[in-house]
Design a protein around this ligand. Structure first.
Ligand SMILES: [Zn+2]
Length: 351
């Protein structure tokens, strides 16, 4: 598929995102730590952060048996915070596109196609929104196009996961078996920043790449009530992946949110959301012989205590016997998911 065939609202390249961010008037744009390759990374905020001064980080607050020492959300006027981040992996553009359209909706009243979505707009205006449209601009720059719709599974693996020096596809899960991967590949895929770091599996308890630290800092500082990393998941049905190392409350919350997203999908033409809520609770991933990976969403959870979610989008690849969404369906699947996040966060505080 040529770039010319992309929908008008599909703003997902480094340049398109940076140009759109320059036009922001109602939101607040903040520059975070730059990428390994020196590219700027931006956060956009709407609404007012209303946390009182912090007395402790989350670990110490819980050690002191009082979450409120970290983030006191008991005020009647508390406005819940929703954090959404896109492009953790460079070849997973779908969430970035959704975030840029959400920004357009809040700035102009219409999305980038000129369409209204008053329901989402009014929900988004009632929460404190923290958005990082493109967490990994290095990885994004490793992909020479803006969309996988109409591309092949080979393209996905080549450009997103990369090529070993012997010319073979790195593939999944092998692309995670060497980290950082930079010195071992002939083509550095979109998963990675320019140093070959995959943010999902950074050295959380040691030294993180700037891209990873940005996400953890946002979680620690803004204490979101819900945080979502937008990923692309091949041609799977849109779904959440389990939050392995987290409180029971956070896992139960993920089930509630998944059910809400599913109900929204069921009321549209969308062909389903994989409701895997039962995977979130009662998992004992750490007890398995090969324990589940402690990845970025678990690290985020331990910064803020909130349900932190990996949303995997369908990517519309040409792939036999698979589930294929088109661009409009991919876009809709995100906007309904974001609607559910806002509704859930508001309802948690009786709003
Ligand atoms: Zn991903």
């Amino acid at each position: 598929m040529s770039e010319a065939a992309l929908p008008i609202y599909w703003h997902g390249s480094v340049d398109a995102v940076n140009e759109d961010l320059k036009k922001i008037k109602k939101g607040t744009v903040k520059e975070l730590l730059p990428s390994a390759g020196g590219r700027p990374i931006y956060m956009v905020e709407y609404g007012t952060s209303n946390l009182p001064p912090r007395k402790a980080n989350l670990s110490s607050a819980l050690g002191g048996k009082d979450f409120n020492c970290y983030a006191d959300k008991r005020g009647a006027d508390y406005v819940p915070t929703v954090y959404i981040a896109g492009c953790i992996h460079g070849g997973e553009f779908e969430g970035t596109v959704a975030i840029m359209n959400l920004i357009s909706l809040l700035e102009t009243g219409v999305d980038l196609a000129g369409n209204k979505n008053d329901k989402l707009k009014s929900l988004a205006e009632r929460v404190h929104l923290v958005l990082t449209p493109m967490c990994n601009p290095d990885g994004r720059s490793h992909i020479p196009f803006d969309n996988f719709v109409g591309h092949t599974f080979y393209d996905l693996r080549y450009y997103n996961q990369g090529i070993w020096k012997n010319g073979e596809l790195c593939g999944w899960p092998e692309c995670k078996q060497i980290h950082p991967i930079k010195d071992h590949v002939a083509y550095l895929g979109g998963y990675f920043n320019d140093d070959g770091v995959n943010m999902m599996h950074d050295n959380f308890f040691g030294h993180n790449a700037n891209e990873t630290q940005n996400v953890l800092d946002v979680c620690s500082e803004y204490a979101p009530d819900i945080a979502v990393l937008c990923h692309g998941g091949d041609n799977s049905a849109p779904h959440f992946t389990p939050l392995e190392y987290a409180s029971g409350n956070a896992k139960r919350a993920m089930t509630e949110i998944a059910t809400l997203v599913r109900s929204k999908y069921d009321s549209t033409e969308l062909r389903g959301f994989e409701n895997i809520g039962d995977r979130f609770e009662n998992r004992r991933g750490e007890d398995a012989e090969r324990p589940a990976s402690f990845n970025l969403i678990s690290a985020m959870h331990h910064c803020c205590g909130a349900p932190c979610i990996t949303f995997e989008s369908n990517q519309g690849l040409i792939k036999e016997n698979s589930y294929v969404l088109n661009n409009d369906e991919i876009y809709l699947s995100h906007m309904l998911m974001i609607e559910a996040l806002c509704e859930w966060a508001l309802s948690k505080f009786g709003k």
